[in-house]
Design a protein around this ligand. Structure first.
Ligand SMILES: C[S@@+](CC[C@H](N)C(=O)[O-])C[C@H]1O[C@@H](n2cnc3c(N)ncnc32)[C@H](O)[C@@H]1O
Length: 244
């Protein structure tokens, strides 16, 4: 169900390293979103749900091979306890390089949720039964392998929260971002008008808002064509929508 405008988007982050999130969640946009009551971040240490006397959460892989695998017990118990801490159940996202690639469309979907529970892996990843026995949605932040899901969770939280209505200062700030309408963003300039011989395009100094909008649209389209033609192939219709 769509999130009500005034209700905070709740994140529960399941991790073995909650301490790495502190400054990141406190700073700038994410901290302001929390202060405005638009987002909440709850950290949960998976190790607290281990029943092993040494609080172990990993073990050797059956069949042999390098590294360690995250055990079912602590992850199941952690998820089940956290799930009961609030309503609704929300979306349960397993960060894994094997998942659906996170993109702006998924960030927008997440920003309309009430709650997102993020599961961060470590070591060689998860016992397969975690995928089978829990309602996970597998999400990757790209075709590379991180040593843990924490950096991936931070990327997901950041990209999602800035799309929550009311978080960004300017109403349209996210609307012109890259990917918002299927294009990369147009070039941006600020003062001074000339720096080391490089000048700001005259049209941006003209005060002619229609001409500026046309220039930006053309630049965004051209930049996308040169750098990410794959985006144009899937978004041809939307590229024309603001051309007047
Ligand atoms: C070293 S990786 C394990 C990779 C695993 N052996 C595999 O090949 O799928 C440890 C953890 O980092 C996180 N991770 C690594 N790369 C990621 C990516 N591209 N997107 C999201 N999470 C990632 C996952 O939570 C993963 O369980």
């Amino acid at each position: 169900m769509a999130r009500e405008e005034q209700r905070a988007l709740r994140f529960d982050i399941l991790t073995l390293f909650p301490e790495v999130f502190g400054p990141f969640l406190d700073a700038t946009m994410l901290g302001i979103a929390r202060e405005k009551g638009l987002a909440e971040y709850h950290l949960h240490n998976i190790r607290d749900y281990s029943r092993d006397k040494h609080h172990k959460v990993d073990d050797r892989p059956y069949g042999g091979g390098p590294g360690m695998v995250m055990r079912c017990g602590p992850v199941f118990r952690c998820y089940e306890a956290v799930r009961e801490m609030a309503e609704p159940a929300g979306r349960f996202v397993m960060l894994t390089p094997q998942g659906r690639t996170f993109d702006q469309a998924l960030a927008r979907e997440f920003s309309r949720s009430d709650r997102i529970i993020l599961l961060c892996g470590r070591y060689e990843g998860f016992d397969e039964r975690i995928r089978e026995g829990l309602p996970v949605e597998e999400v990757s932040i790209g075709d590379f392998v991180l040593s843990g899901g924490e950096a991936a969770a931070m990327a997901v939280v950041d990209a999602t929260v800035r799309l929550v209505p009311g978080v960004l200062g300017h109403r349209d700030a996210a609307a012109s971002d890259s990917f918002a309408d299927g294009l990369l963003e147009h070039p941006q300039y600020t003062r001074p008008p000339e720096f080391r011989g490089m000048t700001v395009p005259q049209v941006l100094l003209s005060g002619n808002h229609a001409a500026i909008a046309r220039w930006r649209r053309a630049q965004a389209t051209e930049r996308t064509r040169r750098r990410r033609a794959d985006l144009l192939n899937t978004q041809t219709a939307t590229t024309e929508k603001n051309d007047g």
